[in-house]
Design a protein around this ligand. Structure first.
Ligand SMILES: [Fe+2]
Ligand SMILES: [Fe+2]
Length: 243
């Protein structure tokens, strides 16, 4: 089942729950002069995401497709979207573009964004943050929508379960529990802990986000800086160097 929730004005969370994985896959549609979809979801999810997006905008008007890193749940349906939306262009990191995206999944060349570069879509401005290996993958980056204070944070704050669309309650304990469970499973080592992890999370905290729009779990609405600081502690505990 796919659920649409407006988490900020003209920012829609499109959530599909997979009971087999006890996991939500969330895409975000920002309705603007140049509509932007953040994550496509996997190729197999394309029909339901397309139907949901079609309730919000004419699907052929989609202009931008952003995502964090090259994985199926981030950009697996990029080709399908570019087939039905003739002006849709991927926006991702330079590394993502040249290492994987243009060759494997894009129908047209992606637009690379440099660290700190801003993409304006009308009323909305998306600041691109290069975040190599945060949450994971060399090509990782995130987008921060400045007018609503929304950080589209991909796998950061991942929470298992069919949780509420958004919450003002702390999600750190749920995120920690998910990582602890994954460490005991074939999905262990979900995130790398690198010399850049803490400073990258610090750069994101400096944005002072008011909403943390995660791919898996509830969007957290509240003090995003504090939540990112708390997340850095969790990552260090679970993935950091052991004494
Ligand atoms: Fe990922
Ligand atoms: Fe993901």
């Amino acid at each position: 089942m796919t659920q649409i929730t407006e988490i900020a004005p003209d920012v829609f969370r499109i959530s599909t729950f997979f009971s087999d994985f006890n996991l939500q896959f969330n895409q975000f549609l920002v309705r603007d002069d140049e509509p932007l979809l953040y994550h496509t979801g996997m190729k197999g999810l394309f029909p339901v995401v397309r139907e949901a997006v079609g309730k919000l905008i004419p699907t052929e008007s989609l202009k931008w497709i952003g995502f964090s890193h090259f994985e199926a749940d981030e950009c697996g349906a990029l080709h399908e979207w570019q087939t039905i939306a003739p002006d849709a262009t991927a926006v991702c990191s330079f590394v993502g573009k040249v290492v994987s995206v243009d060759d494997v999944v894009a129908l047209r060349p992606a637009r690379p964004l440099n660290d700190g570069e801003v993409l304006t879509t009308g009323k909305r401005s998306f600041r691109f943050m290069a975040t190599p290996h945060v949450p994971h993958c060399w090509d990782a980056g995130l987008m921060f929508e400045e007018s609503t204070g929304t950080l589209f944070c991909s796998d950061l704050f991942h929470q298992n379960g069919d949780v509420e669309p958004s919450t003002e309650s702390d999600v750190i304990d749920r995120a920690r529990q998910t990582l602890v469970e994954y460490e005991q499973s074939p999905l262990a080592n979900y995130l790398p802990y690198t010399p850049y992890t803490e400073s990258t999370l610090g750069r994101l905290a400096d944005l002072k986000p008011r909403a943390l729009a995660t791919m898996h779990g509830s969007t957290f609405v509240g003090d995003g800086s504090k939540a990112l600081g708390d997340l850095a502690v969790v990552y260090r505990e679970i993935f950091g160097p052991k004494q």
